[in-house]
Design a protein around this ligand. Structure first.
Ligand SMILES: [Zn+2]
Length: 148
């Protein structure tokens, strides 16, 4: 029985690893740069998202992604994760803490509305671009607001 369980765990590990490699390659097919939040996974594994983080083996995925990026010539960097879900990607305003159940980003300053995860990803991208020395002009500064 124990040997069977061990085999099952190995199989899960292999399938997960293959999935991580496939996903990393797919991401690299589409872009020249990838930025990820530099999350403290040890801290999170003690918090309420613990099970999700550990199950998804997020840290392993990031290691694989970093390696695949290097192999494929795609730039990879981690960025400061603080407040990515509390910043408006359109105008840069601080929008306050969102509850996990709040799935929509809605900015009181500029009226930008989008999915919460999309907004956070846009902030991560802007931080990454700034970190590598690109000038990031927020859509509001450019006078080019997203259609509402
Ligand atoms: Zn805004």
């Amino acid at each position: 029985m124990q040997a069977k369980i061990r085999l099952l765990h190995e199989r899960i590990h292999t399938i997960r690893r293959e999935f991580h490699f496939q996903t990393a390659h797919q991401l690299c097919n589409d872009v020249g740069m990838i930025f990820a939040e530099d999350l403290n996974l040890k801290m999170m594994s003690r918090g309420m998202l613990a099970k999700h983080c550990l199950d998804a083996a997020w840290g392993n995925f990031l290691d694989i992604l970093k390696w695949v990026c290097w192999k494929r010539g795609v730039f990879f960097a981690k960025v400061d994760p603080n407040g990515t879900s509390q910043t408006c990607p359109q105008c840069g305003a601080h929008t306050g803490k969102k509850e996990l159940s709040q799935r929509v980003h809605e900015c009181d300053e500029c009226g930008y509305i989008t999915d919460r995860d999309v907004a956070a990803a846009q902030v991560v991208m802007q931080r990454g671009l700034v970190a590598v020395g690109h000038t990031v002009i927020l859509p509001v500064e450019e006078g080019c607001l997203a259609p509402r």
